[in-house]
Design a protein around this ligand. Structure first.
Ligand code: GRF
Length: 203
């Protein structure tokens, strides 16, 4: 089996990245984590990736001023230099332009800690509790130009408990994420989940 070469883009802790690296170590997994890129040098995930023997790149978005596309061209160059075929966003805190999203269309995934289309954006666990949601969870989706809006590859829900705190709920959702992302990446790498060209344009 020829494994798909995958890059994981992070900005921080990198626990989803670690889950993907671990899953990809299995012989029958259809993807290998060939590169981890961070826009923050201090991201804990970068050190972890290095320890695991995964190639890493730090691309400082600050260096490009406000020019998002210039940052993304550097990112795109790094991905191409490492012959990357699929890209997984995992806590990558940069908004991507339509240029980059279009270039990687159908090959770009994100994980979001909520049951999309509910609770797009940040602070999803707090907002779910405040809204009185009885279920919550995580979603892996193809990235389109609109934020947290692309077609869903995989989703798993859990119950919200009456006495849940933001931290407790976040912890249980994170466990779901670590299971879900490797499953979703497997489905995309095996060609079982594909982005429909007509959906690529939409939010
Ligand atoms: C996760 O909750 C992910 O869903 C969200 O950002 C968080 C990243 O956590 N997009 P980690 O860096 O993977 O630990």
């Amino acid at each position: 089996m020829v494994k798909k070469r995958v890059a994981v883009l992070i900005s921080g802790r990198g626990s989803n990245m670690a889950a993907l690296i671990e899953a990809a170590e299995t012989d029958d997994y259809p993807a290998e984590i060939a590169l981890v890129v961070s826009n923050r040098s201090e991201a804990a995930g970068l050190a972890h990736a290095r320890q695991q023997g995964v190639a890493t790149e730090f691309i400082d978005h600050g260096k490009f001023g406000g020019d998002r596309e210039a940052f993304e061209r550097a990112l795109d160059d790094a991905l191409r230099a490492h012959r990357i075929e699929l890209v997984c966003l995992a806590g990558f805190m940069r908004i991507l332009t339509p240029w980059f999203v279009g270039r990687w269309s159908g090959r770009l995934l994100n994980i979001h800690p909520a049951l999309l289309p509910q609770f797009k954006g940040l602070d999803t666990h707090r907002r779910a509790i405040e809204a009185g949601a009885t279920s919550h969870g995580a979603t892996v989706h193809f990235v389109v130009a609109d934020i947290d809006a692309g077609p869903i590859v995989a989703q798993e829900s859990i119950d919200v408990r009456d006495d849940d705190t933001e931290a407790a709920l976040a912890e249980r959702v994170l466990e779901v994420e670590h299971r879900l992302y490797p499953l979703a990446l497997r489905a995309v790498a095996e060609g079982r989940a594909k982005l429909d060209a007509s959906q690529a344009q939409n939010g």
